[in-house]
Ligand binder design. Structure first.
Ligand SMILES: C[S@@+](CC[C@H](N)C(=O)[O-])C[C@H]1O[C@@H](n2cnc3c(N)ncnc32)[C@H](O)[C@@H]1O
Length: 303
């Protein structure tokens, strides 16, 4: 369905001769491979025009991706980082579970109503201790004013400050040749991820698929994540002249893109594929937890 979306954007842009498909946080390259496989069979002209750029900071993941994408290697580039100013051709940006992996500042509104930041100290015994103090940068208070509901309500709560997410979306929506963005992640609108109704915030850590209670104590041992505040992405894009679609669940997005018809009519869909699709579409399933945001540089996004 990502390939279908890319093809829709390419058509809408009058089929430019070259199209860079940049995927941030590409992991092992599974999504890029699925997209290129689909484009090769279903949209060969676009496949010829496409260049797939995988941005992945982990060397191990880059190596997996390089093996996985071997058959498409002529049109694939795998890089550790990408500065938005180097986008040179018409570009679409995609990401799946990337923004929630970006670092956040952990903050809180204290009992006295002040915005404070969590600092971590390395103890002599090798452990870690957290303590709140004045924010390390004025950007934290600015972010809280813009994106954290009820930050001045006087009610105490913890929240996360996604300055890296803000800088990422600002960079790509300011880059001249980037025309559309499709991002899928855990998170929601601002009121559901930050504010007094989420008193503990959303920062969490998992080790071996199990939640870890002491997030600070588990530094360097557990996988940390925080829900994406999609307001940050959408309103930053709007400020740069972009048009976001309304935030939707992944299940809704898949249905809108025609996933059900596609699986139903695919003679080759295996039982496993049909069950996987059911997991994504069933009410209360994974597809209800993930959110999809489509944004377009100059005209309302598809649909
Ligand atoms: C949760 S994984 C998702 C991987 C893949 N997109 C998927 O859906 O399976 C997040 C990925 O983002 C990568 N990542 C995190 N921060 C990054 C950054 N600043 N630049 C590039 N990749 C990053 C991680 O190494 C990891 O592979």
């Amino acid at each position: 369905m990502f390939a279908t979306w890319v093809a829709e954007v390419w058509d809408r842009l009058d089929r430019p001769k070259e199209l860079a498909i940049v995927e941030f946080g590409a992991g092992k390259g599974s999504l890029a491979k699925a997209m290129l496989d689909a484009l090769r069979t279903e949209r060969p002209l676009l496949y010829d025009a496409a260049r797939s750029v995988l941005v992945e900071c982990s060397a191990a993941m880059r190596s997996h991706a390089s093996t996985k994408l071997g058959e498409h290697s002529e049109r694939v580039e795998i890089v550790a980082a990408l500065a938005p100013e180097i986008f040179e051709t018409t570009t679409v940006v995609v990401s799946n579970e990337f923004v929630d992996a970006l670092p956040v500042h952990a903050a809180r509104v204290s009992d006295s109503g002040e915005v404070e930041e969590l600092y971590v100290t390395a103890d002599a015994d090798g452990g870690f201790t957290g303590a709140f103090d004045r924010p390390s940068t004025g950007r934290i208070a600015e972010y809280a004013e813009r994106f954290v509901p009820q930050v001045r309500s006087g009610r105490p709560f913890a929240f996360e400050v996604g300055l890296d997410a803000l800088d990422w979306v600002n960079g790509i929506t300011r880059a001249q040749h980037v025309r559309a963005v499709l991002t899928v992640d855990y998170g929601d609108v601002a009121a559901r991820v930050a504010g007094p109704q989420r008193p503990e915030g959303t920062l969490r850590a998992m080790r071996g698929r199990l939640p870890v209670k002491d997030v600070v104590g588990s530094l360097f041992e557990a996988d940390m994540t925080a829900d994406v505040n999609f307001e940050v992405l959408a309103s930053t894009a709007i400020a740069n002249g972009w048009v976001p679609r309304e935030l939707e669940t992944q299940a809704n997005w898949l249905c809108r893109m025609g996933a059900i018809e596609r699986v139903a009519s695919a003679a080759s869909a295996s039982i496993a594929e049909r069950l996987a699709m059911k997991t994504l579409l069933a009410p209360g399933g994974l597809g209800d937890r993930l959110r999809v945001l489509e944004m377009s540089a100059d005209c309302p996004a598809s649909g």
